[in-house]
Design a protein around this ligand. Structure first.
Ligand code: URA
Length: 240
């Protein structure tokens, strides 16, 4: 494995940061400074230290989690239990969730310790599709579809990027009219989907991520359940 890839996988840094650390001479392989990012090392055999600290290699793990509401997509627990609690028995060191779902959002969350894939899927430059099922207040229609396509103003310098909105149906409920929709966005800004609907005068009552790139949520997973990705799922995700 290349040295920069090892740092990315085991050290949780981006490939660019790994290259910089190596070129700065901060990385030693078997006690010798190595300044070549492309240097081949034998993971599990060669000793790699960054700024004097040894990096352990635990192998890469990939899990699909059906996130329930009530958990935070973070490794720290400032605002509630971490989704990582739901994978407490799963092998893999240094696992982290790829991208954020709000505490009350459900659905697909990829959990891995592959820093490179994590960066790849969440990088704003990559435009990876994220599709959500949502229930929103009122009767959504053509105006909403057009506004999403054109990019709504969410109160930031740049409007939200173009998004695809599909209206699945409208229901009269005790609390008022509710529309069921599917929204596909390519960005991952803070509360992105909720803010986009707020911009067209709608409140998100329920939100669930149903796919990320080529990876759909396995609906046979119960809420809170997880499973490893299959080789084929992983291969397709890498190609996104
Ligand atoms: N957009 C939101 O508003 N919330 C999420 O959890 C994900 C996308």
């Amino acid at each position: 494995m290349r040295l920069d890839k090892f740092l990315t996988d085991a050290g949780g840094v981006s490939r660019a940061q790994a290259k910089k650390l190596i070129r700065q001479g901060a990385v030693e392989v078997n006690g010798q400074a190595c300044r070549r990012p492309e240097e081949k090392i034998q993971e599990g055999t060669d000793q790699v230290c960054v700024q004097g600290r040894e990096l352990a290699y635990h192998g890469l793990c990939y899990y699909m989690l059906h996130k329930p509401a009530g958990y935070v997509s973070s490794t720290v627990e400032a605002d509630g239990p971490s989704v990582l609690r739901l994978l407490s028995g799963a092998p893999g060191k240094g696992l982290f969730p790829v991208g954020r779902l709000d505490k009350d959002t459900e659905g697909l969350l990829l959990i891995t310790n592959d820093g490179e894939l994590g960066h790849h899927l969440t990088s704003p430059r990559r435009h990876v599709d994220k599709t959500y099922y949502a229930e929103v207040s009122g009767e959504a229609g053509e105006e909403d579809i057009r506004a999403f396509r054109e990019g709504v103003d969410i109160g930031e310098e740049r409007p939200a990027g173009s998004a695809r909105l599909v209206i699945l149906g409208t229901q009269a409920r005790a609390e008022g009219t509710v529309s069921q929709v599917q929204a596909t966005v390519q960005e991952g800004r803070y509360h992105q989907v909720k803010r986009m609907f707020a911009a067209v005068g709608r409140k998100v009552l329920y939100l669930k991520r149903i796919s990320m790139g080529s990876l759909p949520l396995d609906e046979s997973l119960p809420k809170g359940g997880y499973r490893p990705l299959t080789e084929e799922e992983l291969q397709r995700l890498r190609e996104n």
